[in-house]
Design a protein around this ligand. Structure first.
Ligand SMILES: NC(=O)c1ccc[n+]([C@@H]2O[C@H](COP(=O)([O-])OP(=O)(O)OC[C@H]3O[C@@H](n4cnc5c(N)ncnc54)[C@H](OP(=O)(O)O)[C@@H]3O)[C@@H](O)[C@H]2O)c1
Length: 323
């Protein structure tokens, strides 16, 4: 495993971090299996873990707390997220800051997350939705800074809405946030336009989430894929999205080098972007943990393949189902 500095936090985080949404709420999750997968990741050098109150209303946070207690000698970076008070994802331009992150709500959920996890502090607290227009009111950041002074959190971040990397550029430039979390993958390359240059200039750390586009970039979905009732992916991969995602993924298949999986290619493509410090694939299966972590040692793809994949950028606009 290789490590990169996460912006101005100066933390040395593993290039492959861990996304803990699936184990908190997707169907088929089992806490014993999840703990095994998490421990394997730690044993293989992963030291950055991303969770949220919303991932099973604390279920995923509890797993992270257990993992930290199980590994007393190791520094594991813990990141969680405060849900918006209206519990609506994604946020919309019409939502006021007071609908989503009033100071009392921010404080309440930092304490809830600490209780769920049994941890004394979190390394990184992120707002789970974001609107750049919220910078006009400093109530949320004043509260977070107060919680930082109390030693309950160490760094402050925001998680940007799907397909809206532009809607965080002002926050990066404001100097108020230490870290941004954004979707970046073979399809979603648009953070390169404005967000990543701003992060470089202002020393803001970048976490790349959803490296597999929720699964299509593993190359394993078909136009007939379905998930058990109640699984969130049924609401994201509606036919309109599933069909076009599978078509876009199929167009990549001829580019996957012999001996490599599409998932490996997807991660190594992201490793080619130096502004990104850690990639957080969601992974519950041990074989996925092993193969995803080995992508770090394999390193970024060669330049010709990077150039070919850059052409598969797919700019999408948020819709009713994109969430
Ligand atoms: N608004 C936000 O802040 C927000 C939104 C979405 C996600 N996130 C964060 O980003 C993380 C990653 O996103 P995600 O989990 O939604 O999606 P993702 O990482 O794009 O995809 C996860 C899926 O890929 C599968 N997978 C993982 N490694 C694989 C491999 N090597 N080969 C084949 N399949 C593989 C996983 O299967 P198994 O689970 O069965 O192993 C899972 O079904 C989340 O866990 C969460 O921490 C944040």
């Amino acid at each position: 495993m290789n490590y990169r500095t996460l912006g101005r936090t100066n933390w040395e985080v593993s290039e492959i971090g861990y996304g803990m949404w699936g184990m908190g709420g997707w169907t088929g999750s089992d806490d014993t299996n999840s703990m095994e997968a998490l421990q394997l990741a730690v044993d293989l050098g992963c030291n950055f873990f991303d969770t949220a109150w919303a991932y099973g209303e604390g279920r995923s946070e509890a797993l992270l707390g257990q993992l930290v207690r199980d590994n007393p000698g190791k520094k594991l970076y813990t990141a969680t997220k405060i849900p918006p008070k209206n519990f609506k994802w994604p946020s919309k331009r019409s939502y006021a800051l007071g609908d989503c992150f009033p100071p009392g709500h921010v404080e309440e959920y930092v304490h809830k997350s600490l209780k769920n996890s049994g941890l004394e502090s979190f390394d990184l607290i992120q707002l789970h939705t974001w609107e750049d227009q919220w910078l006009a009111d400093d109530g949320w950041i004043t509260k977070l800074q107060e919680l930082k002074e109390q030693g309950l959190i160490n760094a402050i971040g925001i998680s940007l809405n799907r397909w809206e990397p532009w809607n965080g550029v002002k926050a990066v430039k404001s100097g108020w946030v230490d870290v941004v979390q954004v979707i970046y993958n073979i399809f979603d390359q648009n953070p390169k336009d404005e967000l990543l240059p701003a992060c470089r200039e202002h020393g803001v750390g970048v976490i790349a989430r959803v490296p597999f586009d929720e699964g299509s970039l593993t190359g394993t979905l078909t136009k007939d894929s379905t998930w058990p009732e109640g699984d969130w992916r049924n609401t994201y991969f509606v036919p309109e999205n599933l069909h076009s995602s599978v078509e876009h993924a199929d167009a990549l298949k001829p580019l996957v080098p012999g001996g490599m999986t599409m998932a490996e290619m997807a991660l190594r493509f992201i490793l080619g972007e130096p502004t990104i410090s850690t990639i957080i694939p969601g992974m519950r299966k041990l074989k996925h943990v092993r193969s995803n972590i080995s992508a770090s040692d394999a390193g970024p793809l060669d330049d010709p393949l990077m150039d070919s994949l850059a052409k598969h950028r797919w700019d999408r606009a948020p819709t009713e189902w994109s969430q």
